[in-house]
Structure formats: structure tokens, C-alpha cells
Write a protein that binds this ligand. Structure first.
Ligand SMILES: [Zn+2]
Length: 64
């Protein structure tokens, strides 16, 4: 048996911007929070443990 080094996120979302917002489920007590990814290229929401991963090959900014 191999133990996981860290808990598995509930859900992983791939995004194309290092700045994301999360308001979770409407039925939960989850305020809208804005998360900014660090140099690791991902960030976990502290409320719902959803993981946002920056899409590879994406350059910050650009057309919107
Ligand atoms: Zn969340």
C-alpha cells in the first residue's frame, strides 16, 4: 500500500488564467473568493478544496 503524499482535491479545474474566482456551490456557505496561482501553476480553494490548474502553454494576459 502506498500512501498519498497529500489529500486528493475534490475536483480539478483547468483554467487559462492565473487569477481565478470560486464561489463553490450555491447551497454551501462559500463566499466568493479570488485566488491567484503562485509559481507552482495551481491553487487550491480553501473552502471547497477545488484545485485550479493553469493550462500548459498559456501566457498570462492576451485577448479576452
Ligand atoms: Zn471553492
Amino acid at each position: 500500500m502506498s500512501a498519498s503524499p497529500q489529500p486528493t482535491p475534490l475536483e480539478t479545474v483547468t483554467v487559462d488564467t492565473p487569477k481565478v474566482s470560486c464561489d463553490g456551490d450555491a447551497a454551501s456557505e462559500h463566499p466568493r473568493v479570488f485566488l491567484t496561482m503562485g509559481p507552482r501553476g495551481y491553487v487550491d480553494c480553501p473552502y471547497c478544496s477545488k484545485r485550479f490548474v493553469l493550462q500548459e502553454g498559456t501566457h498570462g494576459g492576451g485577448g479576452h
